[in-house]
Design a protein around this ligand. Sequence first.
Ligand SMILES: C[S@@+](CC[C@H](N)C(=O)[O-])C[C@H]1O[C@@H](n2cnc3c(N)ncnc32)[C@H](O)[C@@H]1O
Length: 574
Amino acid sequence: MAYDLNRFTLKKSMTKQKKDEKFRVNEHIESLVKKFFKDNKITDDFKIEENKNIKSQLITLIEKAVKIEEQLSQKNSLILESIIEDDDVDTTSLSNIILIDFNSKIKSYFKSSVQNDLKLLNLFNDKKIIFFLRQGIVTNIYTELFLMQTRKQLLKKYANSSVLDPNFNKVAVSVIILLAHQCFNNEYIWNISEDEKQDIEKIKLKIEKINKNNTKIPNGLIGLLCCYNNISEYKILLDYFRDKKNDSILNSLIQRQLIEIQEEEEIEKDIKSLTLIDDNISLKVMSQYESNPYPRWLNLTTGSKYKNYFDYIKKTLPKQNLFAKEFQIKNVLIAGCGTGKHPIEVAKIDPTLEITAIDISKPSIAYGIRKSHEFGIKNIRWAQADILKLNEIDKKFDLVESSGVIHHLEDPNKGFLMLDEKLKKGGFMKLGLYARNFRSSYLNDIKKYKNENQFKNDIKSIRKLRLFLINNIENDKYQKLFKIPDIYNSSGFRDLIMHVQEHDFSIEELDKMVSDRYNFLGFFWNKSNSIKANECFEKINPEKSKLNIMNWDSVEKKIPEIFAGMYQFWLQKK
Ligand SMILES: C[S@@+](CC[C@H](N)C(=O)[O-])C[C@H]1O[C@@H](n2cnc3c(N)ncnc32)[C@H](O)[C@@H]1O
């Protein structure tokens, strides 16, 4: 199989500072590991809370070490393998570690003197990459190009050979199934070349011929079709699975590409509508999220545990001592809940909350309901509703959260006022709104190109526009786009670059929208960006308050990337 090695970044030489840091990190990891294993063995007083904390610390430390060394040590690899499947492990850091490690193995393979198909396929024989390709989405363009090439070569081999070596076939089928999971996860965003289109037709003909003879369709051929589209899109496979029992190796593909999709269709039928939906823009936006429910998430991004939701809010805010008194949070509205990750994470933090999760797109809600069953969540009431019509429901909330939603309304201010109407006096609001500074510097060039070339927003146009980006990856205008995870899956790509309706904001505009009625309680980020943002604020504005939203303007000017994508912030109603 031929690959272009130059596409992989070369290992940089290590500076002294990096070497010292590596030493410190490894020392720290070692002490944590000892504690971790010790805790695991002492079953009598095994403390789950403490254990969770150790796991997230471990992952953060291993991530640091792997970024410095650009590969995973054997010891750290074993640690990861022992905790990888736990559902309380932070998946973002985990993905970073696994991808860096996988890329380093790919590079070693291409540098080695012995290269052959079987050796290449054996790169996939690793518990971590197996887990990741099934559960995650590859968000590194070089890994993606390697995987795309592997898919293409395997397709070519199966389409054009009549007999395959059984040893090769056994290993190849496992890799094909992994690739089929990955392609399903990224919603088939990878480009399909003309050669591949022809080879897919050859595979279909082979399958038809085998089916006519009433013999067993080889798993490799089934898996390859599922690398290019859902099982449910191939009538011949649907008929085949109806009549014949499949091999267990295909179970996971059938579960996700067929059974779960059917489950969502059934769930959707029972979703209640709380409001009318007749606004023109709302209908357009609804149609986008009906065909591309977003985000199609798999795992929760879990972290520390909190006493209750108020405790979580306090700990997320920069000035925790603002709230000496407990505030009772019981009724929560998640407005624009999308595919449910947002309300499910809130529900997990505090199972005593009564959460109402609404969205305009029923398929998105159905995805959320199915996932809530998977995570055993019981405190969410799901319904279809238009934010603009929430006055039709007779209820007020202690907390309203809406992330990435009201900037898709024709007039976001109207949406904000409606959310305000639904919030009790003194209640909390958490909002996420597009940051103009960041978005214009990352997205303006590609949007201009898209508009000039009249791209539509179907999957073929998404692949075509993405291919343009990949072919221009060295161009500064586009290179930075590859840092954005949404670029790596279809619904995310459409949401990011091809949305039917969107607005963005400056800090001054946020101030204008909220300050009359609300106290600003602070922006929030993930942990590492939060440290960076707060340090930068203190350097630029040593005497100023973080609770005056306008004081953040100078910080954004200094590091526009700090509001990556969205301003996310907390408010309290006056
Ligand atoms: C970018 S997604 C964000 C989903 C979710 N908040 C999250 O962070 O994962 C935007 C969601 O807003 C929903 N939405 C857009 N306009 C809406 C409206 N007028 N009323 C209710 N939901 C709306 C869309 O259907 C979509 O699911």
